[in-house]
Ligand binder design. Structure first.
Ligand code: ZN
Length: 294
């Protein structure tokens, strides 16, 4: 028989206490772990939420920015439009002022039924340098046309072409006297070479009758001269055109008679092989604004 030890129960009690202690620790740790996990999860959600909010407000800011950019672009467009309107308005005003100072008769087509008023006088006349004139009388040209005519005559001289002015500006009275004299000399046939159309152009002050030493006086023979050939090739560069070319429908051929219409219109006519009197008056009128432009 084994003798029961007196401390046996104590040991058992100690073991129980230890077991309980272990259980307590395990449960504490478990509780702590579970709580901690929950907390972590919670804070994670919290942080996720914050991040999401930030993302949202960032997106909103970007959208606002885009909207502002669009608004700025719109405002800039409005300002640009206003500026361009202002510019075209200023341009129109300049055009109007320019047109107001231009004599609209300068580019009018004259005919046997439409010619200049007998009281018409050019705004300003300039005496043509006498070295270019072959006439006992002084000859005058519209002041604004003189630079063009002078450049033409000087270039002809440089090119070795003898080109002089026989007639330039003629007043209504002078024309009347000339015509009367011609009628007296040549009878009714005079109507063929000093008739109404050419006369109106001379009264304008923009038209000249050229002459050259190769022949004497104004006749169709002028068409056979070097001077005429030079004019056909070069006169348009100085704004001059042949008013009454060969076989025109309106008037007799006048190879010596050249009218200033401005470089732009003269060049167009030269390039398109057209004649002034074939164009519509409305089309011609568009060139008035640039008539004195180089
Ligand atoms: Zn003439």
């Amino acid at each position: 028989m084994m003798k029961k030890q007196w401390y046996q129960p104590l040991i058992t009690l100690g073991i129980v206490i230890i077991v309980l202690e272990v259980l307590s620790i395990v449960s504490s740790v478990g509780y702590f772990l579970i709580t901690d996990f929950k907390l972590t999860k919670k804070s994670l959600a919290f942080y996720q939420n914050i991040t999401k909010n930030y993302q949202l407000s960032l997106e909103n800011k970007i959208k606002e920015n885009e909207l502002l950019k669009q608004q700025i672009a719109q405002q800039e467009q409005i300002v640009a439009n206003l500026n361009s309107n202002l510019n075209s308005l200023a341009e129109n005003v300049t055009q109007i002022v320019k047109l107001e100072n231009l004599d609209e008769e300068l580019l009018k087509k004259y005919s046997k039924v439409y010619f200049l008023n007998e009281n018409y006088v050019p705004k300003s006349l300039t005496k043509i340098d006498s070295k270019y004139v072959d006439n006992a009388k002084d000859q005058y040209i519209l002041t604004n046309v003189w630079p063009f005519l002078s450049a033409l005559l000087s270039q002809a001289q440089k090119d070795g072409v003898d080109l002089k002015i026989r007639w330039a500006y003629r007043s209504f009275l002078e024309q009347y006297q000339l015509k009367t004299a011609d009628v007296m000399t040549f009878g009714t046939g005079a109507n063929k070479f000093t008739a109404d159309q050419g006369y109106s152009e001379h009264q304008l002050g923009t038209t000249v009758d050229f002459t050259t030493s190769e022949f004497n006086g104004n006749s169709a023979k002028f068409a056979q001269t070097k001077a005429y050939r030079w004019l056909l090739e070069n006169a348009y560069k100085y704004g001059f055109i042949l008013s009454y070319p060969q076989n025109n429908k309106y008037y007799v051929f006048e190879p010596w008679h050249w009218r200033f219409v401005g470089i732009k219109l003269a060049t167009k006519l030269h390039q398109e092989n057209k004649y002034f009197y074939d164009l519509d008056q409305r089309e011609i009128d568009q060139y008035l604004i640039s008539i004195f432009d180089w």
